[in-house]
Design a protein around this ligand. Structure first.
Ligand code: ADP
Ligand code: S3P
Ligand code: MG
Length: 263
């Protein structure tokens, strides 16, 4: 055997060790998940994730291949998140609720924590139309926007394990709710009119609130929509005075409870 062949054999042995380590690592991930479930512990532990990262940074500080190894670990972490997500959610998570309830914020956080695909409907529509939501309303009218929402939602039913952040009006159409439920569980986020007002009062990207941005108007529109939101929801998470992490934990635990009661 010449040297080159010998090195190639050594490389193959190394790869086998990496595979064995990854299999072992993934099995540990599953054990951690089972442990958290058994003892009712929070699934998302950003502080632990940060601690793990600090440990790696320290360990690789003077390593010649620091950048390359960090890159591999970022993928390993992403894949661990996917393993968790696939185990927890075999469906789309669809967030609905009034403007300012936190659909965009919560979806964004969840998609990062579980490395799940995220579709922010407002953003997707604005990108496709090459126009902001207020401009779409002003140029083509609300009905046109609502039709775009319906066709996007239909299109999204080909996938699973995706987070769909709806615009606040999406759940008002019955046909949209039928679409959401094909592959998804529907999570309703709620907040009081006062909280909503506090959250949205300085924003200009919600045409329905332009010139109407008061607690009274919000309360009135919310009341008109309430029945449809509640009818569409599989689970409800109230968000007043709660942190993003608390809301996400509650959402996860309510969804997993729902799955247990389904079987
Ligand atoms: N739980 C929360 N606590 C404090 N502020 C929040 C919370 N959830 C959302 N926000 C803030 O409220 C505003 C509206 O949130 P957003 O996610 O855009 O709501 P939606 O998509 O439901 O309209 C944003 O500025 C966001 O940072
Ligand atoms: O409630 C609504 O009818 C709307 C909510 C908005 O999304 P957010 O709920 O994310 O603000 C956006 O889709 C549009 O301005 C209409
Ligand atoms: Mg939003």
């Amino acid at each position: 055997m010449n040297d080159l062949e010998m090195y190639r054999e050594q490389l193959a042995i190394c790869d086998d060790r990496i595979i064995d380590a990854l299999v072992e690592r993934n099995a540990i991930i599953e054990k951690i998940m089972a442990y958290k479930e058994k003892y009712g512990m929070p699934i998302l532990q950003p502080a632990q994730e940060a601690k793990q990262k600090r440990r790696l940074d320290e360990k690789l500080k003077d390593n010649k291949y620091q950048e390359e190894i960090q890159d591999v670990f970022s993928r390993i972490l992403r894949n661990s998140k996917r393993i968790q997500a696939r185990k927890l959610f075999s469906y789309n998570i669809v967030l609905i609720g009034f403007m300012g309830a936190g659909k965009t914020t919560i979806s964004d956080y969840l998609s990062t924590m579980f490395d799940m695909r995220l579709v922010e409907m407002d953003q997707e529509i604005a990108e496709r139309e090459e126009m902001s939501i207020p401009d779409i309303f002003a140029t083509y009218g609300e009905e046109y926007f609502r039709n775009l929402e319906t066709s996007l939602l239909r299109e999204l039913q080909t996938g699973k394990n995706c987070i769909i952040s709806c615009g606040g009006g999406v759940a008002m159409r019955e046909e949209n709710v039928t679409e959401m439920k094909k592959n998804g569980r529907v999570v309703l986020l709620t907040a009081s009119p006062e909280t909503i007002h506090e959250r949205v009062k300085d924003s200009n990207d919600r045409p329905l609130l332009a010139g109407n941005n008061s607690v009274e108007y919000i309360a009135e529109l919310m009341e008109k929509r309430r029945e449809k939101y509640e009818a569409a929801a599989d689970v409800v998470v109230q968000t007043d005075n709660k942190s993003i992490l608390e809301i996400c934990e509650e959402l996860i635990s309510k969804l997993t409870e729902l799955d247990k009661s389904d079987v």
